[in-house]
Ligand binder design. Structure first.
Ligand code: HEC
Length: 144
């Protein structure tokens, strides 16, 4: 009698542990934010990178450049050490990541500025990611 209850209970418990475990490892690698699945990125597109560069100029350039750290980190090589999903999540949810993600907390200690929410959409953040990918790959601005 006892066993027939405890096996399903144990099963549910293990299922629960494994699900929360997966959630945590996604967040550890890809940050907090709306992107919860792998982004399908194709070949680097220069026209999309140009679009991203314009969004960057309007919403990000006050605190970031591709090559130099100002109040925020240089972003021209970030694709080499962060996942695309992390970059997009950080762009859209800076506050959540700075406060709760170990990488965000480390960045907050390292940089004098505080990244405010810029209001860009996931789509716009993906365009900016394309600009970062272009810069990391070719070492120059798109459209040059
Ligand atoms: C008001 C200044 C400011 C603005 C505007 C800003 N950022 Fe930031 N950003 C920062 C600072 C400071 C950090 C590091 C700590 C933090 O989050 O405050 C950061 C961190 C980041 C990171 C994480 C870098 C890493 O090494 O993982 C990414 C990605 C990023 N910003 C992208 C962007 C993008 C894209 C935009 C424009 C849509 C933008 N930021 C606008 C200041 C800013």
């Amino acid at each position: 009698m006892k066993i027939s209850y405890s096996i399903p209970t144990l099963f549910c418990f293990l299922l629960f542990i494994s699900c929360t475990g997966n959630g945590d490892s996604w967040t550890a690698e890809h940050g907090y934010g709306p992107v919860t699945e792998t982004l399908e990125l194709g070949e680097i597109s220069e026209s999309k990178a140009l679009e991203g560069a314009q969004i960057f100029a309007s919403y990000c350039a006050a605190c970031h450049t591709m090559t130099a750290s100002i109040s925020g980190p240089a972003l021209g090589r970030t694709v080499n050490h962060r996942t695309p999903e992390f970059i997009v999540n950080y762009t859209v949810e800076p506050r959540e990541n700075r406060m709760n993600h170990p990488i965000g907390q480390e960045l907050a200690d390292q940089y004098p500025g505080i990244m405010t929410n810029t209001g860009v959409s996931v789509e716009e953040a993906i365009a900016v990611l394309e600009y970062m990918r272009f810069f990391a790959e070719f070492g120059e601005e798109p459209g040059e």
